[in-house]
Structure formats: C-alpha cells, structure tokens
Design a protein around this ligand. Structure first.
Ligand code: SF4
Length: 418
C-alpha cells in the first residue's frame, strides 16, 4: 500500500490537512478555496513564483498561459491527468483526494486565458469518478467534459491529448503545430498537468506558497510513498527515509532522468543541481535500487517497458527502442559482444530528438546514463561476471507500477453551487 508523508517543515500545501480523505467542495471552501481573485493578479503571481509545469517537461507555466492568451483566438483548456509515466502516482492521487484543488486551478486557467471550454483528461477510473463528482458539486462556468484515454505512456503527451479530445486515438502527432498554436478543434489550447493547475489554485489563495515537490518514491521491496518535500531536498534525504542509503542507483523522473550515480545522492532535487548530475526530476518519480540489484538490469527493464509503450508511429522509434531494449537485455543476460556496447553508445546519442514525442529521447537518455555512470559494471556483464544479474536475471518491466495511496470518500449531499 502506498503511504503518504510530508517532509515540509510547516504545512504541506498539496497534501493538505487530510490527505487520506477525499476533499469535498465544502472542505475546500472552508480551507480558503474558490475565492474571487482577478485573473491578472493571479497571472502575475504565477509569473513571479516561476511556476514550472509538473508533468515532466518543466516548461514555465506563465509562458504557456501567455502564449495561449496572446493568440487572439478563443482558447481551450485541458487539465492533463493522464499520468502514464512509470513509477508515478501523484496525479491520480491529486484527482482522487483533492479534485476541487485541480478544478479550481483549471477554472482559473480558463479565466486567465479567456477560454470558452475545458476538458478533464484522465485515464484512471477512480480519479475520473472523483473529478466527475467535483464537477457536479461545483458546476463550471464554461462547458466542461471529461475525456478518458487508455492508460498508456504516450496518452499523456500533449498532442496525444488533443488528438484524443478531437475524436482520434490518444497518440502523439508531429510538431509543429503545438497545441498552444492549434489544438482542440484548431483552437489555441492550454494543456496543463493537473499538479500544475493545483499549484495555480494554491497561488490564488496567497501570493506565496512554500515551494514544494510532490514525489512518488518506490523501489523493489519498498512500500511506495507519496512525499511532499521542499524544493532542494537531497536525494539522500529520501534514501534515508526509505532505508536505501546503500542503494546502487536511483532511477529518476519516471525514466526520463536516467539512473543517478549512488555517489551523487547528495544532489538537491532542483533543476540546476540535477542537470549538473546528468539527471532530471521529470514527473517526480524516484525509484531506489535495492542493495545487490544491478543498475544495468534496471535499465534493461526500463527499455523493455519503453519499447512496449511505443505507439509505433515513427519507424525510428520502433526500430530504436526495440534495438536498445534487446541489446541491453542481452548485456544483462551475459550474451552481448563488445560491439554491442559500442552500438548502444552510438544509439544513445544518435536517436535523440528523432521521434515525434519524448519516448525515444527517454530511452536514449536511460541507455546513455547507464553507459556513462556504470561503464565498468556494464563491461563486467560481457563475461557474465555481474553477481546481481547472475543471482536474478528475471526481466521485470512491471516493477514501475505504483498505485496511489488509498483515499477514503465520505458522501455529503451535493447542494447548489455557490
Ligand atoms: S517517438 Fe515513438 S512513442 Fe513517440 S510518437 Fe513516435 S513512435 Fe510514438
């Protein structure tokens, strides 16, 4: 069962007062939500706070809002809660436990962009049900629809969301145009991650909120944990809490941040420090290897998972992810040749920025991080000399599945919207 924990010194703005129970509209109102605030004042707060998107790419939220607002056409807003990243459960928890925080943020994004309609884009049944109830509890001022993609990695990509809402499959399309230029029904479209929207709603309640991260911490043999921590918390602090200070590596950002060198556990969880360590926070999923587990086997599992999630639209992605997964798996099995390592090295560079979405980049990053950080260990595999893999060569791409913490629901009668 996934637990919940705060590392904040004061209140945890996203976890809130009672993270194990679904917040009703009245709870949210009592806590200061849904209060009037000029959209211009809020936009200035979002800009001043330097809020970045929390879905993975980390694009500045104010720049995205500004681009949609400046388009001159009537925009559309999409709350993106598809959450297909491996090892991540935070977005599903947010929608299950704090649907009004997400809804408030979405409606404020509508206000700031002067949008005509909005969509809640959510794959998870319980999260969709919770958001549906929130919409019944507080009817939005613009037409709002819930759209349900299949729960896949690529479904959460912003062009895939637009394509699905437009009636097609939840698969990425080539860019440009990006959704802010031409998205749902051709209108400029703000596709914003649900945690980003929740943070916008928090900024509407006060000009400054504690700068925190919502993280999903997992690993084989660990009880997964949803953690709210101050920005700048070290990976080591999470490892200490998980009793994994002796971890042989940490898979960061779902898979997008690659595998962090265990000698760099002191790295702070903030963009510049992670970048200097060759890593990234992405969606905030942090996966600790257990002592004795092999980082090369973890990379092989990640590459197999990514190859299985490819939407198979770009030839280079189909062949690239398959080749990376197959070759890394043969390294783990002790059947690879030295030429295979050279090929992995070449592909990990040449495949970057070649696909229509970030999946192929994620695969290339993961392979590159293993070769860069664990080079001697990778070579040890050529003659079957890795003790971790010799003990357990069972591929396990399911290791990245994490369920959100349990959320209790109390039913209150739904009264008229305020
Ligand atoms: S890069 Fe891969 S996952 Fe992305 S659109 Fe192309 S085929 Fe699909």
């Amino acid at each position: 069962m996934t637990r919940i924990h705060s590392l904040m010194t004061g209140p945890a703005p996203l976890l809130g007062e009672n993270p194990g129970r679904r917040e009703t509209r009245d709870d949210y109102w009592r806590a200061g939500g849904y209060r009037d605030l000029s959209p211009d004042v809020l936009f200035n707060r979002v800009n001043a706070a330097g809020l970045r998107g929390r879905g993975g790419a980390g694009f500045p939220a104010a720049a995205k809002l500004r681009a949609v607002r400046a388009s001159g056409a009537v925009p559309v807003v999409v709350a993106n809660g598809a959450e297909g990243e491996p090892g991540s459960a935070k977005d599903r928890w947010l929608m299950r436990a704090r649907p009004h925080l997400v809804l408030d943020g979405m409606l404020r994004a509508v206000d700031m962009t002067r949008a005509a309609c909005c969509y809640v884009y959510v794959a998870d049944d319980e999260a969709a049900d919770s958001m549906g109830r929130a919409l019944a509890e507080r009817e939005p001022v613009v037409p709002t629809r819930i759209v349900r993609p299949e729960p896949t990695y690529v479904a959460g990509e912003e062009t895939a969301a637009v394509r699905r809402i437009n009636g097609g499959p939840a698969l990425p399309t080539a860019k440009p145009p990006r959704p802010f230029e031409a998205g749902v029904d051709g209108a400029p479209t703000l596709v914003a991650n649900v945690e980003t929207l929740a943070r916008i709603a928090l900024l509407a309640t006060r000009s400054q909120i504690p700068d925190s991260l919502l993280l999903t911490v997992s690993g084989r043999g660990l009880e997964p944990e949803l953690v709210e921590a101050p920005v700048g918390t070290s990976v080591q602090a999470l490892a200490y809490r998980a009793d994994r200070l002796d971890t042989p590596g940490v898979l960061m950002g779902g898979v997008f941040g690659g595998i962090l060198d265990p000698r760099r556990l002191a790295t702070a969880l903030e963009p510049a420090a992670l970048d200097a360590a060759g890593s990234a926070l992405g969606c905030g999923a942090v996966h600790f290897l257990a002592p004795g587990e092999c980082p090369v086997a973890l990379a092989a599992d990640g590459l197999v998972w990514l190859a299985g999630e490819s939407s198979r639209q770009c030839g280079v992605c189909v062949s690239g992810t398959t080749a990376l997964a197959r070759t890394m798996t043969s390294v783990v099995a002790g059947t690879a040749e030295p030429d295979d390592l050279a090929r992995l090295g070449r592909w990990s560079q040449s495949l970057r920025r070649r696909g229509a979405c970030g999946l192929l980049d994620a695969a290339a990053n993961l392979a590159a991080s293993v070769l860069r950080t664990f080079g001697p260990l990778v070579e040890t595999h050529l003659d079957g000399g890795c003790p971790g893999c010799a003990a357990d060569r069972t591929p396990d791409a399911d290791r990245f599945r994490v369920e959100p913490p349990t959320v209790r629901t109390t039913s209150h009668p739904v009264s008229a919207p305020r």
